[in-house]
Design a protein around this ligand. Structure first.
Ligand SMILES: [Zn+2]
Length: 137
């Protein structure tokens, strides 16, 4: 039986050219080939979330068409790159506050050298979001 796998990454569709044996393997390949540099959010924009969806199609010889038989997917977090500290300095993050935000808590830290802050929401899955910004007001 002929089969194929399709990957949808951020609304673009690709045919998986390697030959995975299962949906799980196709998703694993997609994760491995994923290039976060295509998304890299600017500092201050916060974490960018990218959905990967993989479909398995089987060739239906009677109707001469591909038929979708399975689907799996995941969401990957791409965190913004950390802005540089003041010239010649390294960030030294200090906790400043914890605030409620939607479904979770946001921890805010500020750098004692340059005054920039970063906020993050650590989730058990490790997918917490992260933002950076100029000095806190
Ligand atoms: Zn700093």
């Amino acid at each position: 039986m002929r089969k194929r796998y399709r990957l949808i990454e951020c609304h673009n569709e690709y045919l998986v050219t390697e030959e995975p044996r299962s949906l799980e393997e196709a998703l694993e390949l997609a994760r491995r080939n994923f290039d976060p540099r295509l998304y890299s959010p600017e500092a201050g924009e916060g974490t960018c979330w990218v959905d990967l969806v993989v479909y398995e199609d089987h060739w239906d010889p009677d109707n001469e068409e591909w038929r979708q038989v399975g689907e799996t997917g995941c969401t990957l977090a791409v965190h913004p790159r950390e802005p540089r500290c003041a010239p010649g300095r390294q960030h030294e993050w200090r906790h400043v506050k914890v605030a409620g935000h939607g479904a979770g808590l946001v921890y805010t830290e500020a750098c004692s050298k340059c005054g920039r802050y970063r906020g993050f929401n650590p989730l058990p899955s490790g997918d917490g979001f992260l933002t950076h910004g100029a000095a806190l007001g």
